[in-house]
Design a protein around this ligand. Structure first.
Ligand code: FE
Length: 239
């Protein structure tokens, strides 16, 4: 379970194959990336804009995908499958790191552990046939992908996080992790079912992966009903 030693990027084609199979299964989503570099250039932004300092966008930090990535995620907004936990809506937007403009049609993939720190799809935890808390959404014209999930639990050695991968035009353009402010996690973890597993360890500040850019991939959380809405913009480079 040591994610810090798992830095491999698997074959992009294999991943895409699985992803596209999922997309076709739910109704044949288009796989073409709908915007293009020429649009960026025509708008006067693009690399020239970055060089001139007119555009400054933050590249989302690359972080390990860890040991629990699966290439067969379903295209679905609600990934909870009835798992208990504090409701969490994710508003994940994808923007070009060179122009800051939204990227439409990117496939955003998330996966995370349940309130008890367990991942689906792993024989280590006896969940090999399950797929809870995993899914893919395509960004809309505003670059936005929405998910309904629950606040993740934690497991030994890692601070609370959600894994994310962004595919664009057949390539993986971002592999990262999303984090939560410690104060919010403290409040959430006082509630059930999280409260039965006290003394989470580590917190953000002492997590070896968070240390490499985690602050820049920390969700902005706003209370909503009994849960939260978490938002972040991920700047990516087209590859
Ligand atoms: Fe993880």
């Amino acid at each position: 379970m040591d994610e810090s030693t798992q830095i491999s990027r698997r074959a992009t084609l294999a991943k895409l194959g699985g992803l596209l199979a999922g997309a076709v299964a739910v109704g044949g989503l288009k796989t073409a990336d709908s915007s293009s570099a020429t649009e960026e250039e025509a708008s006067g932004a693009g690399p020239a804009g970055v060089e001139s300092g007119a555009v400054t966008c933050v590249l989302a930090p690359e972080q390990t995908e860890g040991p629990y990535y699966l290439d067969d995620a379903s295209v679905r907004r609600n990934v909870t499958e009835g798992k208990a936990g504090v409701p969490l809506v994710l508003r994940l937007s994808v923007v070009s790191a060179s122009t800051c403009k939204p990227i439409k049609g990117a496939a955003v993939e998330i996966w995370h552990c349940d309130a008890g720190g367990v991942y689906s799809g792993t024989s280590v935890q006896g969940t090999q046939d399950e797929r809870f808390l995993r899914g893919v959404q395509r960004t809309d014209a505003k670059g936005l992908a929405l998910f309904r999930t629950i606040y993740p639990g934690w497991y030994q050695g890692r601070t609370v996080h959600i894994h994310v991968m962004v595919h664009l035009g057949g390539n993986v353009v971002h592999t990262g992790q999303l984090y939560f402010p410690d104060a919010v996690t403290d409040a959430v973890y006082k509630r059930g079912p999280y409260a039965s597993r006290p003394n989470r360890d580590p917190r953000n500040g002492s997590d070896s992966i968070y240390r490499n850019g985690g602050k820049r991939s920390t969700l902005k959380l706003v209370k909503s009903g009994s849960g939260y809405v978490g938002s972040i913009a991920m700047g990516v480079m087209r590859s």
